[in-house]
Design a protein around this ligand. Sequence first.
Ligand code: PLP
Length: 388
Amino acid sequence: MTQSSNFGFNTRAIHAGQVPDPTTGAVIPPIYQTTTFAQDGIGKLRNGYEYGRGTNPTRDALQSQLAALEGGTHAFSFSSGLAAEDSLIRAALRPGDHIVLGNDAYGGTYRLIDRVLSQWGITNSAVDMADIDAVRAAVAGGQTRMVWVETPSNPMMKITDIAAIAEIAHAAGALLVVDNTFASPYLQQPLSFGADVVVHSTTKYIGGHSDASGGAVIVKDEDLAEKVGFIQFAVGAVSAPMEAWLTTRGLKTLGVRMDRHSSNAASIARWLTEQEGVERVYYPGLPEHPGHDLAAAQMKSFGGMISVTFTGGEAAARAVAESTKVFTLAESLGGIESLMNYPSAMTHASVRGTDLAVPENLIRLSVGIEDLEDLISDLEQALGSLRG
Ligand SMILES: *Cc1c(COP(=O)(O)O)cnc(C)c1O
């Protein structure tokens, strides 16, 4: 099945790239745990397979699946989200080019661009992507070749208008990249709104089971695909066969998982707004969220991520983060199990003291697909710790 097929999302998730094994008929394509492939004569390859860094059938299956689900022509899978981002930027940009990114971009993305790629001559500026005039001013410099958007953003859950930013980026001669990790392709397909590239940390919702690190770049342009493919091969930050297979397996159930993540999170977000000690709930599904209408237009539903601030400041946020029993205190997100994170000292510690710093009274929830009543009881007893 190809990405151009007219099948629905869940059918594509289950079948794209998943051709039964030609030698045995195995319905689930096997894990090709091999680094090299026999040649039938010098340079006479079987189906183009030569060496594992270059191509591997298990990785190819995942890449077809990803391209089909994001509506791209090509997908490239990497060993982590940051490896994917690094390879994309080196493929698309040159020293002297400028990146404009959201001022609440994932901390690791900012660190990669600001502390690693800066040494390669890439400059950056961080702006509020919800402020269209500010974005227009930021890209006007002339050197801007890439605009980087995360929507919903991590952890402030800000919603950015992908189509509006695409227009501004293209007018300036820049590519629009959307980090679609929080929404996943089930909830939002940025290429359909004019983005040029989608990146993912497949470690999160796409893999979905907190057992395989990975990243992906999905494009719809032949020339860019060739450049990213070359860097994937020449730099070699590829996903290993086992990781690619686990990610493929997770991706097949993305739709049912996201429906459940979204409905659990919507109920929890509403419940949180009614609790004593809660200052503000950041969830795009709440009608009072400033990006609600835009999210409703751009996304199928509102996802499983919620951030909350507390009137009791840092101490309250830390106390709640350390008191849950079903929610596990851990970095990462997007798995079937509920996770709790204190960004300013965990995921976003690298941006402390910068413009991208996260409030110290904020916790972030990755709402899993457990029973809703158990999640709410757990939060209720954790919030109880605020009242001593
Ligand atoms: C986790 C994450 C990344 C980085 O991905 P890794 O797989 O950890 O390298 C990038 N963007 C977002 C939004 C993330 O949540």
